[in-house]
Design a binder for this molecule. Structure first.
Ligand code: ADP
Length: 308
């Protein structure tokens, strides 16, 4: 195979109680990418449609993640990349992770799959490091493994794929305000109280158990964040209003997607997720902030080939 076209899913990191360790992939929100083998060594990004992003290999996460893979492979050619960017950078739904993931996954396919999924996560994390200075895996792991993925440990990297109940749908609202990932990291404290720690790991355990047993009520009870949301939510205008409306409309839970400003809600069933979308949309109509809104199934497969 000389070339491949891939779908690179948007992802929701943290999922309320799993700061930096849990993420999920969306099924119908994401970028597209074309990767082609070239005789010339190295990586060239030849076209980016949809967003203003650097074409320079070293400044684009797709290039940096791809170079990390090339360094470990014995392939002496190179790659050309085209990106159709549908996820806005800085939205909090894994824009950079989609490009890092698409790049390394596509290259691995074209080279005959020499690398494991875990290795691909490691390469893609180099892209995340470029985007936010932190090589976090909670977006790239679900983008590569699909569904929910838990980063049990960073050193050594240990990714645990988590069962995704089939009726689980996400509603994501993206108010068009800019929050720099570095600012939303700066606002965090370096320590938490034991009391909050106990509540948080109770919820994370509950959420994982709920996902495996497909117990939607347990999932709902566990979607509460005592550590990060109280600090970060003040950066997102309308957050409390959106959360109250989502829960009142029947969502299982609602929280900040990644470092924001996107807000996600999880629901049982597509109709319910659409009802949540309708009821939260008017928060930003009332404030006068433009927004995008998505309703999506959780993607069980993650990054995948698109056949023309
Ligand atoms: P999100 O908040 O949606 O996860 P990130 O904050 O992770 O987005 O990434 C956005 C940052 O990464 C921006 O500074 C952007 O310029 C940079 N970047 C570099 N290459 C890419 C790319 N291919 N796709 C998206 N962002 C990129």
């Amino acid at each position: 195979m000389e070339a491949i076209k891939v779908f690179c899913p948007a992802t929701i990191a943290n999922v309320s109680c799993g700061f930096d360790v849990l993420g999920l992939a969306l099924e119908n929100v994401g970028d597209e990418m074309e990767v082609r083998k070239t005789e010339k060594p190295g990586i060239r990004i030849t076209e980016i449609i949809g967003q203003e992003l650097p074409l320079e290999t070293n400044k684009n996460v797709a290039g940096v993640a791809g170079l990390a893979l090339l360094k470990q492979s014995n392939y002496d050619g190179g790659f050309e990349i085209k990106i159709n960017k549908k996820i806005k950078p800085g939205s909090g739904i894994g824009s950079s992770a989609a490009s890092s993931t698409g790049s390394v996954w596509a290259m691995n396919e074209l080279l005959g799959k020499p690398f494991s999924k875990l290795e691909l996560v490691q390469f893609a994390m180099e892209g995340e490091k470029l985007a936010s200075n932190v090589a976090h895996a909670d977006n790239v792991a679900p983008a590569i493994f699909g569904g929910f993925a838990l980063v049990r440990s960073y050193t050594p990297l240990d990714i645990v794929p988590i069962n995704t109940p089939p009726a689980l749908f996400a509603t994501v609202i993206h108010p068009q305000i800019e929050i720099k990932t570095s600012d939303s990291r700066k606002i965090l404290k370096t320590s938490i109280t034991l009391e909050n720690g106990i509540k948080q790991w109770g919820n994370l355990g509950g959420l994982i158990a709920g996902l495996f047993t497909e117990d939607y009520h347990l999932i709902g009870r566990s979607l509460e964040d005592y550590v990060v949301e109280p600090l970060r939510s003040i950066l997102i205008p309308g957050f409390n209003d959106v959360k109250t409306k989502a829960i009142n409309a029947g969502a299982l839970g609602c929280g900040i997607s990644g470092s924001g400003p996107s807000i996600f809600a999880l629901s049982k069933g597509e109709e319910q997720a659409k009802k949540v979308a309708t009821s939260i949309a008017n928060t930003y109509d009332n404030i006068g902030v433009a927004y995008d809104i998505h309703v999506s199934k959780i993607c069980s497969k993650g990054v995948k080939e698109i056949k023309n």
